[in-house]
Unconditional design. Structure first.
Length: 123
């Protein structure tokens, strides 16, 4: 029997699995809020923030920063903080590890009505 919302269930399971790999999203300490910085409202319906994903055991293979973007409006673009960013999750999938799409002037393309999570590795 096919589940009516099998794709959505798979997407949520992927987000949960991805979250478990990212200490910045699993921190339950009283100071967890300090991991969230650079909160920005780009325009109505478009917000972003950085999450410090480092731990004492972080290695060069770990994501040091996460960028979370939520776009409740039409397709838009935002400026990425400096560094080499990789898309970890977007509208099309989770743990996708793909290169971001950019406009001609170097802005990150954020699809309509979606969330994105990007990771930047320790350099």
């Amino acid at each position: 029997q096919t589940l009516e919302f099998a794709d959505l269930l798979e997407y949520y399971e992927g987000l949960i699995s991805l979250r478990k790999k990212l200490p910045g999203l699993c921190d339950k300490s009283p100071n967890a809020f300090k991991r969230i910085t650079e909160k920005k409202v780009w325009k109505d319906g478009v917000v972003s923030f950085l999450v410090d994903n480092r731990t004492e055991q972080s290695s060069r293979d770990d994501w040091d920063q996460l960028l979370i973007i939520y776009n409740a409006e039409d397709k838009t673009s935002v400026t990425l903080p400096s560094g080499n960013w990789t898309v970890l999750a977007d509208k099309s999938g989770t743990d996708c590890l793909k290169q971001p799409s950019f406009t001609k002037d170097g802005q990150l393309i954020v699809e309509a009505r979606c969330g994105m999570m990007l990771g930047r590795k320790v350099e």
